[in-house]
Design a protein. Structure first.
Length: 308
């Protein structure tokens, strides 16, 4: 279990880069970064498959191949676009906090499907996380003008969309990786990469002119960011997440996504070169405590019934 926990935490740290990638890549657009990132992800998978050891197993089947590629398309391209747009519109603080509710939302949905926990044990974590998001959002929105409030609300909507995308991805992916005939971590990673790459190709008409007109210094910075996102935050993160999904139950795996929220907040504050405000600190602490209570609720074994 320790290996799975470490793999999940490391994945969250790599995924936290998503929340600062779009601002760092400016003036390249979100579409440019999506195309480059997932093009590199797919190319990495293709290059690795030149070696026989990394090729897809012949017994995967067409249905499993299409499912893996579909998850790569929706769970990566769809999530990255909505999360990046959320940061561009709402800033680097609110989106990680909204998406950071996933460590409770995903297990809660799993509980609806499996009915393995009494809902009263989830009440306190959910309330604390909701309060944490409310404290940060209300303080930030009240400092904005009308136009800024509209942009922030639009960004928050994108963050909610990203959350829903990832919840769907997480449930389907966990079911596949815990099935008796599950694919290997390597095969699943490569299928995700191919699906994400194909999705990025459909975005080529939306690419900006910066690919050809931007100065050399900007080109080098952009492709450096794209390489990190494509190889580390996509290929390596997918492999580690597949490992965590195989070794851990969904309820526990979902809690580890809190690492993405925490690292996303840290990276965002570093990008803005500032410390968190008191409201941001209180909101983050409430959310961390709420998630910690959720972890305890989902992982604590129920007390044995007294013998009669």
């Amino acid at each position: 279990m320790l290996v799975g926990i470490l793999a999940g935490l490391f994945t969250g740290a790599l995924w936290g880069l998503t929340f600062v990638a779009a601002p760092l890549a400016a003036p390249f657009s979100m579409w440019d970064l999506t195309i480059a990132r997932y093009g590199i992800f797919g190319l990495t998978c293709l290059v690795l498959m030149l070696h026989p050891r990394f090729r897809l197993q012949p017994d995967l089947g067409a249905k499993r191949i299409l499912m893996g590629m579909g998850l790569g398309l929706i769970g990566y391209v769809g999530y990255f676009l909505t999360a990046s747009q959320a940061v561009l519109w709402a800033g680097p603080i609110i989106p990680p906090l909204i998406i950071g509710t996933m460590p409770v939302v995903l297990p809660a949905i799993a509980n609806i499907l499996d009915k393995t926990m009494q809902w009263r044990r989830l009440a306190m974590p959910l309330v604390m996380i909701a309060l944490g998001i409310l404290v940060v959002n209300v303080e930030l929105v009240t400092r904005l003008d009308v136009q800024g409030q509209r942009m922030t609300l639009a960004g928050a909507g994108c963050a909610v969309a990203a959350l829903l995308v990832w919840v769907g991805y997480g449930i389907i992916n966990a079911n596949v990786m815990r099935s008796p005939n599950r694919p290997s971590n390597l095969d699943w990673t490569n299928l995700h990469g191919f699906g994400a790459a194909l999705g990025s190709l459909t975005l080529l008409p939306l690419a900006s002119e910066h690919f050809t007109t931007a100065p050399t210094e900007m080109q080098i910075r952009f492709w450096g960011i794209a390489l990190i996102l494509g190889m580390a935050a996509s290929w390596a993160a997918t492999w580690f997440w597949s490992l965590a999904s195989h070794r851990l139950p969904l309820a526990l795996t979902a809690q580890l996504i809190v690492a993405e929220t925490l690292f996303g907040l840290i990276f965002g504050l570093m990008l803005n070169e500032r410390w968190p405000t008191p409201y941001e600190t209180i909101g983050c602490c409430l959310q961390i405590v709420g998630v910690s209570l959720a972890v305890r609720a989902f992982t604590r074994k129920p007390a044995p019934s007294p013998s009669t």
